[in-house]
Design a protein around this ligand. Sequence first.
Ligand code: MG
Length: 203
Amino acid sequence: MKLICIGRNYAQHIEELANERPKDPVLFLKPDSAVLPKNHPFYIPAFSDEIHYEVEILVKINRLGKHIATKFAHKYYDEIGLGIDFTARDLQAKLKAKGLPWEKAKGFDGSAVIGKFVPKELFNDLNNISFSLQKNETLVQEGNTKAMLWKIDELISYVSQFMTLKIGDIIFTGTPAGVGKVNPEDRLIGRIENGIFFEVNIK
Ligand code: MG
């Protein structure tokens, strides 16, 4: 199983990190070892002083496919979820400055929070799903899939031009604005609309 992550898919997040607006989706992978086991706390790794949360809508692939046309992409997933792409922002900044790959800053153990999934039929419009992240008592990120530069079906089509999608693969569709640092004893709660999809304690 692979975790396919999309970077820079929300304009306001691109602006907050002073990144360039990409011409095509930005892709990177996390290994399966990055998945934070269910109900485990997230331990801040020793190699970073600046771990950021990035709440993201997740899509679980349900069949094998490559070179998928956008108009058929909806056949390749049944479920939508919510997760966090934890990022060692200090390390990522150093790697970006040198033009090096991001894996150390993005693929470390526990860096992929995968919350619950629900059938996509529960949503009237997949391009109008609101989601949020709460840190302790504060709402820190709010997003809506309508603000994605590339919609879910477009992402599936794009990714599948480069790598075969397999059953169980998960796409992290990018984060909206509001990313920030976690500290020990923080508690993160992720919601789609009003439903809780994950809770994570930081250690
Ligand atoms: Mg991300």
